[in-house]
Ligand binder design. Structure first.
Ligand SMILES: Cc1cc2nc3c(=O)[nH]c(=O)nc-3n(C[C@H](O)[C@H](O)[C@H](O)COP(=O)(O)OP(=O)(O)OC[C@H]3O[C@@H](n4cnc5c(N)ncnc54)[C@H](O)[C@@H]3O)c2cc1C
Length: 420
């Protein structure tokens, strides 16, 4: 690679990097996506080798009525499923009788009301402060936090959680959201299997060191996950301690999906959810017959997912079998087989699933998103104040960072056109 190749380097080809590069390309700015993996999409990843399009990362178009990926999917001609998500339907009575379910829903509603009130206080507190001491539902309420944020409520900032904006409309792309994201970036200039290891911003031009050599650029947009920024996987010279600290306040929680085949699936309604247990946080959420397919999409989060990742991929299936046998009886074990799992916490280019703010660190999102010297820009889901943890949040931060780059270039051009 030559030192004078590009005007702007975009580090990371996930949803944010793709959005940024597209915006730059439309503004005729010469840019290059530099991606460590052998594919685009990052945490948006559809695999189809089982015969079904499975989203191992993001699958739901949350806030779908204002989600740019929904528009892009339709532009691509992708079919969208608008049926209500499993968490908004009443699941089967087995393992969770209606009276208990109602009690749980009431406890959950009261928890969220208390949480919203706590978030208005001046001092940020762990969201766990809103749990009712001794409530029998605290385990399952904590399990929900592991699915929503990838960590239990004691790790979640009440203020940050409260800032999340949700229109409560959730759709899916039948052929996979990851495939939509990947296709969206397909025509962008990109280099793969190329890890950025250092960015030197002392000179007039930036020097971006990669596993395939150095690239010179005027500006850079960094979109890698917070876990990697906090671990200084890219070293900045001069150092950017404020960014590293902000990223450390916004770790990625862990959520992993295990897909299993299910014999005799038609016994169940499509798109329903079953919890493995209703009395503890370390339990899976099992989505039966997603899109009506003969599958179970199991979701594990927080400490439970961390522990299972530590034991190896087979541990997810063993755990799921034990829980599902507990709900449906011993014969159920013979009806399910593992299809696919991806442990995101062990993925070297993610080290987690999606960001949450630690208690007291809600304002780190704005700090992470701040440009440095009109030359270093940051994007990625963790930079979003209201749509963090999502693919649409990532998209918006990418567009914002690209707009900041374009504005900075315009300022620099205007300044150099001024008579001395
Ligand atoms: C299991 C799971 C379920 C999810 N469900 C949903 C959902 O239903 N709906 C939703 O909206 N969101 C969901 N998400 C979250 C969503 O996938 C992410 O928020 C979004 O994809 C993040 O995009 P990003 O561009 O910010 O980061 P990433 O996608 O992580 O992109 C960053 C890129 O940087 C690359 N990279 C890392 N280090 C380097 C380096 N040193 N040099 C070069 N490149 C590097 C990575 O390989 C990656 O491609 C889910 C995520 C997971 C894991």
């Amino acid at each position: 690679m030559s030192e004078s190749d590009v005007e702007v380097v975009v580090v990371g080809g996930g949803a944010a990097g793709i959005a940024a590069a597209r915006r730059l390309q439309n503004a005729a700015v010469d840019c290059l996506l530099v991606e460590a993996r052998d594919r685009l999409g990052g945490r948006a990843w559809t695999v189809s080798d089982s015969g079904f399009a499975l989203d191992l990362g993001c699958g739901w178009l949350h806030s779908a009525d204002r989600n740019p990926w929904a528009t892009i999917a339709l532009e691509q001609g992708a079919a969208i499923d608008k049926s209500p998500p499993p968490w908004m339907r009443s699941g089967p009575a087995i393992g969770f009788p209606p009276a208990q379910r109602q009690e749980f829903n009431e406890a959950l509603e009261q928890f969220f009301t208390r949480l919203e009130q706590l978030a208005q206080d001046e001092t940020d507190v762990p969201a766990a402060s809103a749990l009712e001491p001794g409530s029998r539902w605290n385990g399952l309420i904590n399990a929900l936090s592991t699915y929503i944020s990838g960590a239990e409520w004691d790790r979640i900032s009440a203020k940050d959680f409260d800032r999340y904006a949700d229109s409560n409309i959730n759709w899916r792309v039948i052929a996979g959201l990851g495939a939509v994201v990947q296709r969206c970036g397909a025509s962008l200039p990109a280099t793969f299997d190329c890890r950025v290891v250092a960015i030197d911003h002392r000179g007039k031009r930036l020097r971006i060191e990669t596993s395939k050599g150095a690239i010179g650029a005027d500006q850079v947009i960094v979109t890698i996950p917070t876990t990697l920024i906090a671990a200084e996987q890219i070293s900045f010279t001069p150092a950017l301690a404020r960014k590293v600290d902000a990223a450390a306040g916004l770790p990625l929680g862990i959520d992993d999906k295990l897909f299993m085949s299910l014999d005799g699936a038609q016994e169940f309604d499509k798109d329903i959810r079953v919890f493995g247990r209703t009395d503890r946080a370390a339990t899976g959420a099992y989505h039966l017959r997603p899109f009506g397919r003969p599958l179970i999409e199991a979701f594990f989060g927080g400490k439970c997912a961390v522990e299972l990742e530590g034991k190896g991929e087979g541990a997810f299936f063993d755990f799921a079998v034990a829980e599902l046998v507990g709900v449906f009886g011993g014969a159920f074990a013979r009806r399910i087989k593992p299809v696919r799992i991806h442990p995101w916490g062990s993925d070297p280019f993610a080290r987690g699933s999606y960001s949450h703010a630690l208690p007291g660190f809600a304002d780190c999102r704005a700090v992470l998103a701040e440009p440095v010297d009109d030359r270093l820009f940051f994007a990625g889901e963790a930079c979003s104040t209201h749509d963090f943890s999502t693919a649409h949040g990532a998209w918006h931060t990418g567009v914002t960072a690209a707009d900041q780059v374009i504005a900075a270039r315009d300022r620099a051009a205007a300044a150099s056109a001024q008579p001395a």
